[in-house]
Ligand binder design. Structure first.
Ligand code: FAD
Ligand code: DHB
Length: 413
C-alpha cells in the first residue's frame, strides 16, 4: 500500500484511521496557509486534520515566495517555529529600484520606524511548519486523491478523500479552504453565493535560482525598456532572479546564456553593478493575475490565502496575506470554542478582505509602475519613469511605498 501519512506519524496509524472520522477543523491544503492554520489551532488545543493532494517532497521543494513581512516573521517567532528563520533568514532594512541606469534605495526601516522584511524561502517556511506539525502527531495526509467538500451549510460539513486506496469521510465543525487558486474549496461554493473580481496581465515572470553569491545585499527591482527584472536571493550563496516574459513563455526555450544576457541588460547599472552569474539550478514561468473572491466564507467553509485571492508577485504580498488570513481565522475559531460566540467568525471575511484589497492596490501599483505593457507604448514608459522620479523626490511618496512593502501588523479582531 502506498504510504499516505507523513513520516513521523506511526506507520500503523495507516491501518487504524477509520474510514469515517471526526475532527474539529478539517483543513484542505498543506501550503503556508493550511499548515499555519493547523499550527495556530494546535497551540489553542484545537484538533485538525490537514489533507493535501501532493507529496510531502513536492510541497517542500516547490520554489515560490521569498520575502517575509515583519508580521509573518513575528508570527513564526511568537508561535515557536522561528529558530531556523532567526539563524538563516536575511533581514533587509531597504531595497533598490533601478531605472534609467541607476539604482535608488528605499530605506524602509528609516521610513517606517524600524520595520523590515526577511528573506527566507517559502519552502523553508513550509519545511518548518511540517516539522512542527509532525512533532504534534496530529494528522497530515499527503497524496490524498479525489478531495471534495460537502455539507457546507450544515453544522457538520464533510471532507471526502481517498488515501492509500482507502476512501475517507471526515466530519468536522469547520473547513479551512487553504487549497490555493486551483483547489476544490472555492469552486464548491455555489456561483450565486460568490463574486469574483479578476484582472489577468499580458505578461509573466521567468524565475531562476542560480548558484551564485548575491552581488547586492538588498533586492533590486528594475524598470527597463526591455521589460521588468528583479534581483533577489535565498542565501549567501544562492541568487534568485526574475525576468518579465510572455504569460505563456516556454522556460525551456531560454538557453542559460540568453537568460544571463537578458538579466544583465535589464539589471546592470552605470555604477558597474550587475548580478553575479552562476549555474542555473531551477527555472519556471508564472503568469500574473489579480483575483479576489468575495465573500471568503460560505456556511462553515472559510477560504484563506490563494484560494480566496491572488496578487501579482511584484509587491511580494501573497504568502504574507495568506499568513494574515489564517492568523485572523485561527483566533476567530478559538474564540468560538472558548466562548461559543461566532462574532469574529462572522467578521472574518469582511476584515480579511479589507487587508486583501489594500494588498491588491499596492501590488497593482508596483506591477504597473515597473512592467512594460504589451506593445511597449513609449508614452507609458515615459510616464513610468516620471512616476519613479517623483517617488524618489518625495519623502512622503517613499514613506507610502515603504509602509505598504513592509506590511501592516497582523490583526485578529
Ligand atoms: P498554496 O501555497 O498554493 O498552497 C495550497 C496547497 O493546497 C498546495 O500545497 C496544493 O498542493 C494544495 N491543494 C490544491 N488543490 C488541492 C486539493 N484538491 N486537495 C488538497 N490539497 C490541494 N508571496 C509573497 O508573500 N512574497 C513573495 O516574495 C512571493 N513571491 C512569489 C513568487 C512567485 C514566482 C510565485 C508563484 C508566488 C509568489 N508569492 C509570493 C505568492 C505565494 O507563493 C502564495 O501567495 C502562497 O503560496 C499562498 O499560500 P497558500 O497556502 O494560500 O496556497
Ligand atoms: C521575491 C519574489 C517577489 O515576488 C518579490 O517581489 C521579491 C522577491 C523572491 O522570490 O525572492
Amino acid at each position: 500500500m502506498r504510504r499516505c501519512y507523513s513520516r513521523t506519524v506511526p506507520a500503523d496509524l495507516n491501518y487504524h484511521v477509520p474510514v469515517t472520522s471526526r475532527t474539529q477543523v478539517a483543513i484542505v491544503g498543506a501550503g503556508p496557509a493550511g499548515l499555519m492554520l493547523g499550527h495556530l489551532l494546535h497551540r489553542q488545543g484545537i484538533d485538525s486534520v490537514i489533507v493535501e493532494n501532493r507529496s510531502q517532497q513536492h510541497v517542500i521543494e516547490r520554489v515560490r515566495a521569498g520575502v517575509l513581512e515583519q508580521g509573518t516573521v513575528d508570527l513564526m517567532n511568537e508561535t515557536g517555529i522561528g529558530q531556523r528563520l532567526e539563524r538563516e533568514g536575511l533581514r533587509h532594512d531597504g531595497f533598490f529600484i533601478a531605472f534609467n541606469g541607476s539604482r535608488h534605495r528605499i530605506d524602509m526601516a528609516a521610513l517606517t520606524g524600524g520595520r523590515a522584511i526577511t528573506i527566507y524561502g517559502q519552502n523553508e517556511v513550509v519545511k518548518d511548519l511540517i516539522e512542527a506539525r509532525q512533532a504534534t502527531g496530529r494528522p497530515l495526509v499527503f497524496e490524498a486523491e479525489d478531495v471534495s467538500v460537502g455539507g457546507l451549510r450544515t453544522a457538520a460539513p464533510i471532507v471526502r478523500f481517498t488515501a492509500g486506496g482507502v476512501a475517507h469521510e471526515l466530519t468536522c465543525d469547520f473547513i479551512g479552504g487553504c487549497d490555493g487558486f486551483h483547489g476544490v474549496c472555492r469552486p464548491s461554493i455555489p456561483d450565486a453565493a460568490i463574486r469574483v473580481f479578476e484582472r489577468v496581465y499580458p505578461f509573466g515572470w521567468l524565475g531562476i535560482l542560480a548558484e551564485a553569491p548575491p552581488s547586492s545585499s538588498e533586492l533590486v527591482y528594475s524598470l527597463h525598456e526591455r521589460g521588468f527584472a528583479l534581483f533577489s536571493m535565498r542565501s549567501p550563496s544562492i541568487t534568485r532572479l526574475y525576468l518579465q516574459c510572455a504569460h505563456d513563455e516556454d522556460a525551456g526555450a531560454w538557453s542559460d546564456e540568453r537568460i544571463w544576457s537578458e538579466l544583465g541588460a535589464r539589471l546592470a547599472t552605470s555604477d558597474g553593478w550587475k548580478p553575479t552569474e552562476g549555474p542555473i539550478v531551477q527555472r519556471g514561468v508564472t503568469g500574473m493575475r489579480s483575483f479576489v473572491a468575495e465573500p471568503m466564507r460560505f456556511g462553515r467553509l472559510f477560504l484563506a490565502g490563494d484560494s480566496a485571492h491572488i496578487v501579482p508577485p511584484t509587491g511580494a504580498k501573497g504568502l504574507n496575506l495568506a499568513m494574515a488570513d489564517v492568523y485572523r481565522l485561527a483566533f476567530a475559531i478559538a474564540e468560538y470554542y472558548r466562548t461559543g460566540r461566532e462574532r469574529l467568525l462572522d467578521l472574518y471575511s469582511e476584515r480579511a478582505l479589507r487587508r486583501t484589497w489594500r494588498a491588491q492596490r499596492f501590488s497593482f501599483w508596483m506591477t504597473s509602475m515597473l512592467h512594460r505593457d504589451d506593445g511597449g507604448n513609449p508614452f507609458d514608459y515615459r510616464r513610468q519613469i516620471a512616476d519613479l522620479e517623483y517617488l524618489f523626490s518625495s519623502r512622503a511618496a517613499m514613506t507610502s511605498l515603504a509602509e505598504s512593502y513592509a506590511g501592516a501588523p497582523f490583526e485578529n479582531r
